[in-house]
Design a protein. Structure first.
Length: 336
């Protein structure tokens, strides 16, 4: 699998007894995924042949999103594990359906002193009773990541040179972004935000049932200038905002629905008044005012890092200038 797929190489419960058993080198410890316990170290899963170098183990496949979530400029390395003999089911352009026993793994890293510094790895485990999200913090030696149920804060230098206090979310905060209709659910691997080439490779490897018609719709972020401004902006909002701003999610009471498939102007904020006016609205009247990004609450909140104003509320300590730029241009070109 060439091209964009290769770019991807880029109260605490005790662990269940089965998960404590030695994992053969290069093998994923299925018990660690499925048991009721919370593995205390990332290595217990066996996801990586070399964790510090982020080399995936047997059965673990790297992937990337066409347009990724902005997290203070962090580099993200994404992997998916599907149990041997099981298949992922594609449902149109939406979220891939991973079988029980699967896992999604995402590592956050920053470049410091010319070297990659691993900060945290978040795992989503598909157990029999649903999905479980757990955060793991990497040690200074970059040899192991330990479970941090309560989360953590640590100093980080972003690619733009800003010094920030980086937040590793606690176990409950994971639900704020991954919560839908009261359950934890994946939000990233949707067919529309995955390359057709990668999906075809998954089919060839026997990990996916079919390549859906709705694959690869969201533009590749680094090639966004070749796409329409609307597609690039809507793709950005889908990835960065829609996991909360959609029916059944944590910000559904806002009345905003920023999913890619939503086309109702009022639902995506055009000339929509906020449900509860406050300082988060910045004295502005509407979510989006066509042709006028300076009068649009959406742009105002994206440009802020002030608590209670900034959007997204979690996972962001800096403003994403590229994201703000594409959304402002989209609003600015709307007929008015």
């Amino acid at each position: 699998m060439a091209g964009r797929f290769l770019l991807a190489f880029a109260g605490l419960a005790l662990v269940g007894a089965a998960a404590l058993q030695a994992t053969p080198p290069g093998s994923v410890n299925q018990a660690a995924i499925l048991d009721d316990g919370l593995p205390r170290s990332l290595s217990e899963y066996g996801f990586f042949a070399d964790g510090g170098a982020q080399v995936p183990g047997k059965g673990v496949t790297p992937y990337r999103l066409n347009t990724p979530l902005y997290s203070d400029g962090a580099e993200k390395l994404r992997f998916v594990y599907v149990p041997n003999g099981q298949k992922v089911l594609a449902e149109g352009e939406g979220l891939l359906r991973l079988p029980v026993g699967s896992a999604l793994i995402k590592t956050f890293a920053f470049q410091e002193g010319g070297k990659r510094r691993l900060i945290e790895t978040r795992v989503l485990l598909h157990r029999a009773d649903g999905w479980l999200a757990l955060p793991y913090q990497w040690n200074e030696e970059q040899t192991e990541a330990r479970l941090v149920v309560a989360g953590a804060r640590l100093p980080v230098t972003t690619p733009s040179g800003e010094q920030i206090s980086y937040r590793i979310p606690n176990k409950n905060q994971c639900k704020e972004c991954h919560g839908l209709d009261g359950a934890v659910t994946p939000i990233g691997p949707k067919s529309r935000n995955l390359s057709r080439e990668w999906l075809e490779g998954m089919v060839e490897a026997g990990h996916l049932d079919a390549v859906p018609e709705g694959a690869d719709l969201i533009p590749l972020w680094e090639n966004r200038e070749r796409a329409s401004v609307e597609a690039a902006a809507r793709g950005y909002l889908e990835v960065n905002c829609a996991h909360c701003h959609q029916p059944g999610a944590t910000a559904s009471n806002s009345g905003l629905d920023l999913r890619w498939e939503q086309h109702d102007p009022m639902a995506i904020g055009i000339m929509k008044r906020p449900v509860a006016a406050g300082r988060g609205a910045g004295g502005l009247e509407f979510g989006i005012v066509p042709g006028k990004p300076d009068e649009s609450i959406l742009a105002f909140r994206m440009e802020s890092i002030e608590p209670g104003v900034a959007m997204p509320e979690l996972g962001k300590g800096t403003v994403d200038p590229d994201g703000v730029d594409i959304v402002r241009r989209w609003i600015g070109q709307m007929p008015h």
